[in-house]
Design a protein around this ligand. Sequence first.
Ligand code: ZN
Ligand code: ZN
Length: 171
Amino acid sequence: MGDRYFPDQSNQEQVREQSKILDDFSNEHGLTFVEMDAHGKLRYCYQCSLIKPDRSHHCSSCGFCVVKFDHHCPWINKCVSYRNYKYFLLYLFYGTTFLVFELITSLEVLIRFGLSDNIMRDLDDFIPVAVSILIHIGFSYYPLGELLIYHARLVWDNETTCEQAKPPLIR
Ligand SMILES: [Zn+2]
Ligand SMILES: [Zn+2]
């Protein structure tokens, strides 16, 4: 209603009629859906005026229904979904690999510092590397490595972030 969302206030009779309209439409057009809403009828998007295909969700930031919606990413200002999920995974994988490479190649300085016979002299070389490693562990591992592990599990289960938060109702 306007720009504001109002919860569906249809009574049971209205829900039955809506359900029949949606079922008739999908049968007429030979469309098959297995996902349903909380009332047990086909999912309908009032903003887009269409029956939501299975696994799709309306993104309020993009303003349309998105197929295999995972999440809306504010960094790329669009949805991570069916078409770009592979690139999102690759980004996480390459980012994490680079982080691991960076940490492994920094080990030399840590080992040299540990074996040093004059710690005060080597402190100037050690501090920038140590600070850099801490920053990378703090800011890179959490968004990249953690997300990679999380999404690897989602891929294994054939699930999206959205479906994990709110499992779909199958009829
Ligand atoms: Zn929609
Ligand atoms: Zn979006």
